[in-house]
Design a protein around this ligand. Structure first.
Ligand code: NAP
Length: 385
């Protein structure tokens, strides 16, 4: 199998696993039944002439390329701020892994998350946004209120920015049970869109009771013979529409008040050990795969001590998306614990970009005033005697 560039819209679903999920990639690449020639196109660089390691000066840097980041890129690009997006290793973040998006206004027909992200990306690029694919921010220095701000990326580049919009999103949670890590890529997955294909006519377990669990379980019914949703309560967190669809699907069954204690197998997953939380009864449940959708945590570790965060690690912003550091704004799932929708992320990205633009303009005007005052003072004729 030859994968040339996993980015174009409409690429094989399997490619999404390669491109977006390094955990899946490790497992998939380890599968001896598949052979790969993996070549990727050269990552777009913000400035092809800047030598690696040199400090690259930018007006606005946007960290992350989900709906919030790409929207912030669109708005700041249209404001002639020539933004640089450091995309991270998963263009589009979580939304790219969503098989169908049905609740984003303006698109009455469902579309894949990957398609939506590609559209957002090309729209931002049309107005001059530059998007650095395959590179992620590893270190920031936001210690100076009002900037400049310093960023390092994992490809060895260093940046100085006048303003930063942090939209690094969130990452799926793990169950942290024995066997989970070991079988990731060999039966344990966090992405039905990427890996569902491998479970044709198989039996799978989905863990979780939120929108993601139900949405992905429904998607898995296209392939799997049976999908068993294991949920720790007897009530779902997911929205009513998804619930109705899941209950109506013959291939889906629910295992209530139950948690996964371990994932078991030999080379691949063969079963999970389940515990009924009401009776403490333990049983072995045969399955070929385990799909885990138990929520997300914000990707905010590198901002610890730099930006104010809440008890759960979400970056704190005000209504104008300003963080605790003047000149640094945040948008999307890294600061939104409550809604986490494409629509809300787009709105927050818009607000962050507009606040950023206003802040830069006001600061420029203040600096202009200061320059004029200094010039006037230097030109004043000294009064004699
Ligand atoms: P979520 O809403 O936080 O749900 C996580 C689920 O996992 C909950 O049912 C939770 O159980 C369960 N869980 C958490 N930790 C667990 C553990 N250690 N063991 C077993 N179960 C555990 O996360 P999500 O489903 O990923 O959704 C995240 C956000 O994205 C939500 O705001 C959601 O509305 C949104 N979203 C929307 C759509 C859509 O609109 N189509 C699609 C996907 C996601 P409890 O219920 O008992 O807490």
């Amino acid at each position: 199998m030859r994968i040339i560039d996993p980015r174009p819209a409409g690429s094989l679903r399997f490619m999404a696993g390669v491109y977006f999920e390094s955990e899946h990639l490790r497992g998939i690449m380890a599968n001896e039944k598949l052979s790969f020639t993996l070549t990727t196109s050269t990552p777009q660089s913000a400035d092809e002439t800047t030598p690696r390691g040199a400090l690259q000066k930018e007006k606005v840097i946007i960290i992350g390329s989900g709906p919030a980041g790409l929207t912030a890129a669109l708005y700041t690009a249209r404001a002639q701020l020539h933004p640089l997006v450091i995309a991270g290793h998963e263009l589009g973040g979580q939304v790219s892994l969503t098989y169908e998006i049905e609740n984003y206004p303006g698109f009455p027909e469902p579309m894949t998350g990957q398609e939506l992200v590609e559209r957002m990306k090309s729209q931002a690029e049309r107005f001059g946004a530059r998007i650095n694919l395959f590179s992620a921010v590893t270190e920031v220095d936001f210690s100076r209120q009002g900037g400049p701000f310093y960023l390092k990326t994992d490809d060895g580049n260093e940046y100085e920015a006048e303003a930063v919009i942090v939209s690094a999103g969130a990452t799926h949670r793990h169950l942290n049970v024995p066997g989970e890590k070991e079988y990731t890529g060999n039966g344990v997955s966090y992405c039905a869109t990427c890996d569902g294909f491998f479970f044709r006519d198989k039996e799978v377990v989905v863990v979780g009771g939120g929108d993601s669990a139900l949405e992905e379980a429904l998607f898995l019914t296209r392939f799997a013979r049976r999908v068993s949703i294991v949920h720790r309560r007897d009530e779902l967190r997911a929205g009513k529409t998804l619930q109705k669809r899941a209950f109506a699907n013959d291939k889906i069954e629910f295992i209530w008040n139950t948690v996964v204690e371990s994932v078991n197998g030999e080379r691949n997953v063969q079963s999970v050990t389940l515990r009924d939380v009401l009776t403490d009864e333990i049983r072995e449940f045969a399955t070929d795969g385990v799909f885990i959708f138990v929520g997300h945590d914000p990707n905010s570790d590198i901002y610890a001590g730099q930006l104010e965060r809440d008890a759960f690690g979400y970056v704190i912003t005000d209504r104008e998306m300003r963080t605790s550091v003047e000149g640094v704004f945040a948008a999307g799932e890294i600061q939104d614990r409550l809604f986490r929708q494409v629509g809300t992320s787009v709105g927050q990205g818009t607000a962050a970009a507009m606040s950023c633009e206003r802040w830069l303009a006001e600061r420029e005007a203040e600096r202009e005033d200061e320059r004029e005052t200094e010039l006037a003072a230097s030109q004043e004729t000294p009064v004699a005697g």
